[in-house]
Design a protein around this ligand. Structure first.
Ligand SMILES: [Cu+2]
Length: 137
């Protein structure tokens, strides 16, 4: 009689513990899914489309300047970070393009564009930072 009571308590305790673990795991998974869904694609930029012919881009105040540049093919473009935080230069459309590691304060990153085309890029740390390199023949 007493034993059966204790076994019942143990069974209930195990079920409650298992339910708690299940809830925790399920809840965590849901959160992760929501986080990955939040990585929204903010590619529709309505920024100034004026083109500047230069191979030097300054990163300052969380922006690429000039944001839209034109170069001839086989030109090496250099980005210089004048912010106190790190930025990156990452090709956006899956073309062979710039793909930097963290560019720290005062550091530079260079990429040579050999193929004509339009290359959209962004900062992987601050995806709202975008720019384009137009490469002409
Ligand atoms: Cu950045």
């Amino acid at each position: 009689m007493k034993k059966a009571y204790i076994y019942t308590l143990i069974v209930i305790a195990v079920l409650v513990a298992a339910g708690g673990v299940w809830y925790f795991v399920a809840h965590k998974t849901t959160n992760n899914n929501m986080n990955s869904m939040n990585m929204s694609n903010s590619s529709a930029s309505t920024t100034n489309q004026s083109q500047v012919t230069t191979n030097a881009v300054t990163i300052q105040n969380f922006a690429f300047s000039p944001a839209n540049i034109t170069v001839k093919k086989n030109t090496t473009v250099t980005w210089t970070n004048k912010d106190s935080v790190a930025h990156t230069v990452m090709e956006t459309d899956g073309q062979t393009g710039p793909n930097s590691n963290d560019i720290n304060q005062g550091a530079k990153y260079s990429f040579t564009f050999n193929t004509p085309g339009t290359y959209h890029y962004h900062c992987s740390i601050h995806p709202e930072m975008v720019g384009t390199v137009t490469v002409t023949d």
